[in-house]
Design a binder for this molecule. Structure first.
Ligand SMILES: Cc1cc2nc3c(=O)[nH]c(=O)nc-3n(C[C@H](O)[C@H](O)[C@H](O)COP(=O)(O)OP(=O)(O)OC[C@H]3O[C@@H](n4cnc5c(N)ncnc54)[C@H](O)[C@@H]3O)c2cc1C
Length: 258
């Protein structure tokens, strides 16, 4: 049956759009080429929700607004994705790095919740840090969640609402009439809708080119390593000039380059 909105790509973005549409009684059809939802970057990421690490006030404000949405998803909508506001510590391991953190603190302290910590204060909060730590910029309002779990929660709620998710189906083209997209063409057939959303992540540009639209999306590569479960070693997220590391609620450490 024809749905109101056709969403191409079922990563965290496509799923969250479908979820919020379903709350407003719009039906969606999500089309995903993989055998499950959120198996690309929405699977392998760090789950760090750290707006005050960003450079510009506009981006930080946007990130803060996202954090309020995450609060709503966790505490009001009761989606279970290991969400918690546990902060993130940027650490300096030499005096050059410390100077950069001090400058960042001066830039942000008036508008955002950041604290400059001495080595002792940093170690009091995170006793497993290297004793070489020279200081830390603590981003008090940072949060952490599991992106894949959130995607699976969205998937359940979307299906319950009567929307549809079609897996193992690749979008191969779009059909237009005048300036308006009318149909999505897949390897298996075609679908009409009133609105179309391109949420194909790193592949969005490729899809937009099918209707000669230049979407300025530039994918970047990133790698995370997930380690086996261990005792609780960290309270907050930790970011240095070289790596970022978090510990999930189940005890897995996840690390990646910064
Ligand atoms: C290593 C790493 C660490 C990261 N850490 C963080 C972090 O700590 N915090 C944070 O906020 N962000 C982080 N990110 C970024 C975050 O993961 C991404 O911004 C987010 O997952 C993007 O979601 P998406 O839905 O746009 O893309 P994706 O998850 O890539 O979803 C796009 C979907 O579209 C599908 N698709 C593509 N082409 C087609 C087609 N033709 N037909 C049908 N389906 C198609 C794909 O199969 C995929 O499922 C990290 C990313 C990486 C790689």
């Amino acid at each position: 049956m024809k749905k109101d909105v056709n969403i191409m790509g079922a990563g965290i973005i496509g799923l969250s759009i479908a979820y919020f549409l379903s709350k407003r009684s719009f039906s969606s059809l999500l089309i995903e080429r993989n055998e499950g939802v959120a198996l690309e970057s929405s699977f392998g990421n760090g789950g760090g929700l750290w707006p005050t690490l960003l450079e510009t006030n506009t981006l930080i404000d946007l990130g803060e607004a996202s954090l309020q949405l995450f609060d709503m998803l966790a505490y009001h909508d009761k989606l279970n994705f290991e969400y918690r506001r546990n902060g993130v510590m940027e650490i300096a391991l030499n005096y050059e790095e410390l100077k950069l953190l001090e400058q960042d603190y001066e830039r942000k302290k008036a508008n955002f919740y950041v604290e400059l910590l001495s080595p002792k204060e940093a170690l009091d909060l995170e006793p497993n840090l290297s004793k070489e730590v020279k200081g830390s910029l603590y981003h008090v309002r940072g949060a952490h969640g599991n992106c894949y779990l959130l995607a699976k929660e969205f998937e359940g709620r979307i299906l319950d609402s009567g929307s549809e998710i079609r897996l193992r189906e690749k979008v191969v083209g779009l059909s237009k009439e005048g300036n308006k997209i009318k149909k999505v063409l897949t390897e298996k057939g075609e679908d009409e809708a009133d609105w179309f959303i391109n949420s194909c992540g790193a592949w969005s540009k490729e899809l937009a080119e099918k209707v000669r639209f230049n979407l300025p999306v530039k994918p970047a590569k990133g790698i995370m390593i997930t380690f086996e479960k261990t005792n609780k070693l960290l309270n907050s997220g930790i970011v240095s000039s070289k790596i970022g590391i978090v510990q999930t609620l189940k005890g897995n450490l996840r690390a990646g380059g910064t």
